[in-house]
Design a protein around this ligand. Structure first.
Ligand SMILES: Nc1cc(-c2ccc3cc[nH]c3c2)n[nH]1
Length: 248
């Protein structure tokens, strides 16, 4: 059965890229069932109001709870024979980090619903309502320690990272095996034809046909790159036979 992904946003067109390329094809193949909903469809006033001023004062506006409540009810009511419940994922700068490990976990779920906030965010009672009244698992997830203007960009990234892990979405062509962050090391440098370009040569070991030497060179490169760019990813399990993490 297809993995179901619902996205609620006041900028549904922001999610249009999900109809393209890989995710688009997975939708055609029935592997992913992606539905985007406009939050303003769940307002009833002339101006389709989704926000208001914050209690307690402060800058900016807060997203009203009622439209979100009605949008969630609509998502849950949609042809949902199995009575399954979605895992509600809400992007937020203060959420748990979105990592490859979390992407793998989420890719195992049959149904995800994403709430894209805007303004200063969503009234806190929506989270409580979703958990306590709708019985949903709710996860606030951060893409990184920087501030976006809303959740849409984060959802695009998460849907791509999760969608590509759904069996069948990635053909054999795009390798899923040696990926950055899969075993905690960054990827090694890659090359293709011509072997000499702009006076620059491909490292000879890669043309040697000596697959043991090639594998060793690639592992060394991954360690060196990780030590240089992401020392935080390096830990004891990556130490060499002498327990050293020093890169020669
Ligand atoms: N990682 C990250 C998420 C966000 C984010 C997510 C949702 C909203 C809604 C209003 N501002 C937002 C910011 N910023 N940075």
């Amino acid at each position: 059965p297809a993995m179901r992904l619902d996205v609620v946003s006041i900028f549904p067109d922001y999610l249009a890229p999900l109809e393209l390329s890989l995710i688009g094809k997975a939708r055609e193949d029935g592997l992913l069932d992606v539905r985007v909903h406009d939050l303003r469809d769940f307002t009833h006033d002339r101006h389709r109001t989704v926000d208001d001023t914050p209690y307690g004062g402060g800058a900016g506006m807060v997203m009203k709870p009622q439209p979100w409540s009605e949008a969630l009810d609509h998502v849950l009511a949609l042809d949902n024979p199995s009575g399954a419940r979605p895992h509600l994922v809400v992007p937020g700068p203060g959420g748990q980090p979105f990592t490859q490990a979390l992407a793998r976990q989420l890719a195992l779920e049959p149904w995800l619903a994403f709430a894209c906030g805007r303004y200063e965010g969503i009234d806190e009672r929506v989270y409580d309502h979703a958990r306590e009244d709708l019985g949903l698992e709710v996860s606030v997830v951060s893409l990184g320690d920087y501030v976006l203007n809303g959740g849409e960009v984060a959802v695009l990234a998460m849907v791509e990272a999760i969608g590509r892990l759904v069996p069948g979405v990635i053909g054999n062509a795009e390798s899923l095996v040696e990926e950055s962050h899969e075993d905690g090391l960054l990827e090694y440098p890659i090359y293709t034809k011509p072997s000499s370009w702009n006076g620059r040569e491909v490292p000879p070991v890669l043309l040697s046909g000596n697959h043991g030497a090639i594998a060793a060179w690639r592992h060394e490169q991954r360690l060196a790159r990780t030590a240089a760019r992401r020392p935080d990813l390096l830990h004891a399990s990556h130490a060499g036979p002498h327990g050293d993490l020093e890169i020669s």
